[in-house]
Ligand binder design. Structure first.
Ligand code: FAD
Length: 594
């Protein structure tokens, strides 16, 4: 229902500073018919072509994998983010998220697909010269060539800029000579085109396009991994590798812009992929729970199992709401820029780096929660290779590690917010000071007389934003430039912000549904929203209490804790009844219900 959506450009991180109006929030209910078709095509491709090849993929049959990537390309799934001028489809951002969501179900394949269609390809889309784009993009888009992204090294993963790989111009000035070893490179065993980062003259971090057949370039041995055993993960060795001078990507010393902006895209796509993966896991759980009998009853009839199913469904609903809200925000921003200008495109995604990190952390942790409970629901069968539960559990663990570990992403969330506040880009400081005045003035009696649907939850979301502001403001004031050393406080603050964004997005989405069709039709969405919000606010309270006790003491702490109690106060709701209803619907539908 695009009619109810008001496209408005909202600043990245701005969700903390204003009430979110339902009509501003893009959600899955706004998908166009074309977008739904893209989702369906991708989903069917996975079910019909990829999932049946699970054994071959897991045994590292790279011919099969290349063949499947080629088939995906024939469907237009790889060139979706390539500009039209270079043989691409140049699809909108939401469509790209839908491809990322539905390319799930075979994690080894999805990871390789993601590397060639996203992080391997985007450096050239965003930073390549016309000649580079003409040479590489059509070939990658058609999957004649597979791409890879080579940032990490054995000694520099999170601290990527500490890379030791070097690049220097040859004496005749015609070639770059690269030396070093990249580590854990997805598609490393068979990629044809690699974006490699190395330091020019030992200190200027720079991107290069390297081809598989360039002299001195070779993949190392395949890693033996906990999960995603079918995806290719190798070192890439460069021993006096000689590449033509015109393969420099972007500018010398500006490689960090390439590396980090591409990761922002990777993070939101991973969130979408995690939503897709979680939905598939929930379907496995629901079906197994319905079929498995113990004590003469299906295990789905036990409250302990219903708890898990409802928890999975409400968490996925919340994450999905946040993912597509962000995709909509990026798209609204993209509509105000010259999309042909890669620099502007890059800025559009950079604007939402905070939301991308939130989604990466939330998506990977919700998927892992679902995979873990799926093993539990499967009992002994969940621990054996006869059922997919154990493989999914192993496969999804890495999501918390790559595309920036969840610790690094957590640190980035408050870090970026405060940086923008200090630069004047986001009026956080003014908002935190206003809140401080409000706290000093004592509790206000703004009444609880709004009995419209989700009114209580909307108030909770507004108060959660105040908790986030209180933590950001008080920690910045107390520790100033030394705040970066206070990682536990920053991580608790990130947890508060992550939960705040998820409840805010979920409430706005459901409120929009209610405004469109009335309450009755969306009872399950209302249940999921109330359930997620109730528990999220409890988690916010615990995280904030820990943080405040590390920030303040004495009267100051007592004042802030009193404010926290007020902001997180909620009447108990019968979450058992909500969970019963949700779980029964999930079992009846055999999976996700929204
Ligand atoms: C299957 C797989 C595929 C991959 N694919 C690619 C790829 O295609 N291209 C690529 O370039 N890389 C890839 N990687 C590498 C991946 O991005 C890195 O493993 C990741 O960035 C973490 O780096 P690290 O392993 O060196 O861990 P480290 O950086 O050593 O981190 C170890 C732990 O310390 C924590 N930590 C580190 N620094 C800090 C800090 N400042 N504050 C707080 N905590 C900190 C981390 O969060 C983590 O928990 C892949 C990895 C795997 C496992």
């Amino acid at each position: 229902m695009a009619a109810v959506l008001e496209k408005e450009v909202i600043k990245g991180g701005g969700f903390l500073l204003a009430e979110t109006l339902p009509a501003q929030v893009f959600s899955p209910e706004d998908f166009t018919d074309e977008q739904k078709m893209i989702a369906q095509t991708t989903h069917e491709f996975m079910d019909k072509e990829v999932v049946p090849q699970h054994e071959a993929i897991e045994s590292k049959d790279y011919e099969v994998q290349r063949g499947l990537i080629k088939k995906a390309a024939d469907l237009g799934l790889i060139n979706a983010s390539i500009p039209e001028g270079y043989g691409g489809l140049e699809l909108d951002h939401v469509s790209n998220m839908l491809i990322a969501e539905h390319i799930s179900g075979e994690a080894s394949f999805s990871t390789g697909f993601g590397a060639t269609s996203s992080i391997g390809l985007l450096p050239i889309v965003l930073f390549g010269t016309d000649e580079q784009k003409e040479k590489y993009l059509p070939k990658i888009g058609s999957a004649d060539w597979i791409s890879a992204y080579c940032l990490s090294e054995s000694g520099s993963g999170s601290d990527a800029l500490a890379a030791k790989s070097t690049a220097r111009l040859s004496e005749d000035g015609n070639n770059w000579i690269l030396n070093g070893e990249k580590m854990w490179i997805t598609n490393g065993g068979f990629a044809d085109v690699l974006t490699i980062f190395a330091k020019v003259d030992g200190d200027k971090f720079t991107g290069f396009i390297v081809e598989r057949d360039d002299p001195g370039v070779s993949p190392g041995n395949e890693e033996h991994k906990l999960g995603q055993r079918g995806s290719s993960t190798t070192p890439i060795l460069m021993q006096d590798a000689k590449i033509p001078r015109d393969r420099l990507l972007g500018e010398i010393g500006k490689g960090h812009q390439i590396a980090f902006n591409v990761l922002n895209f990777g993070r939101i796509k991973m969130g979408a992929g995690a939503v897709g993966g979680s939905k598939r896991v929930l379907a496995l759980s629901a079906k197994y729970a319905a079929e498995r009998h113990q004590f003469g009853r299906p295990i789905a009839s036990f409250g302990a199992i219903k708890y898990k199913l409802a928890e999975m469904a409400s968490k996925i609903y919340a994450c999905e709401s946040a993912v597509y809200r962000t995709a909509g925000m990026i798209e609204a921003k993209e509509e105000t820029i010259d999309k042909k200008n890669p620099k502007e495109l890059m800025k559009a995604i950079e604007e939402y780096a905070i939301e991308c990190s939130i989604i990466k952390v939330a998506g990977s942790e919700i998927l892992f929660y679902c995979a873990d409970e799926n093993v539990q629901i499967h009992g002994g069968n969940g621990f054996t290779e006869d059922y997919p539960a154990e493989g999914v559990y192993r496969d999804c663990r890495v999501n918390r590690i790559y595309e920036g570990t969840n610790e690094i992403n957590r640190l980035l969330i408050p870090g970026q917010l405060l940086k923008r506040a200090l630069k004047g880009g986001l009026p956080l400081i003014a908002a935190a000071m206003k809140l401080q005045d409000e706290l000093l003035a004592g509790p206000s009696f703004d009444g609880d007389d709004d009995d419209s649907p989700l009114a209580k939850e909307r108030k909770l979301a507004a108060n959660a934003k105040k908790v986030a502001l209180m933590l950001l403001g008080s920690s910045a004031q107390k520790f100033q430039e030394k705040l970066t050393e206070q990682q536990m406080i920053l991580c608790w603050t990130a947890d508060v912000i992550i939960e705040t964004f998820l409840i805010d997005s979920t409430i706005a989405r459901t409120a929009k549904l209610i405004a469109r069709d009335g309450e009755e039709k969306h009872q399950a969405a209302i249940d999921a929203t109330k359930l997620y919000s109730f528990d999220a606010v409890n988690r916010i309270e615990v995280a904030a209490k820990n943080a405040l006790a590390a920030i303040a003491e004495g009267d100051e702490l007592r004042t802030m804790l009193a404010a926290l109690r007020r902001f997180t106060k909620q009447e108990p709701i019968n979450t058992a009844a909500l969970r019963e209803r949700l779980a029964d619907k999930v079992v009846e539908a055999g999976g996700y219900i929204f």
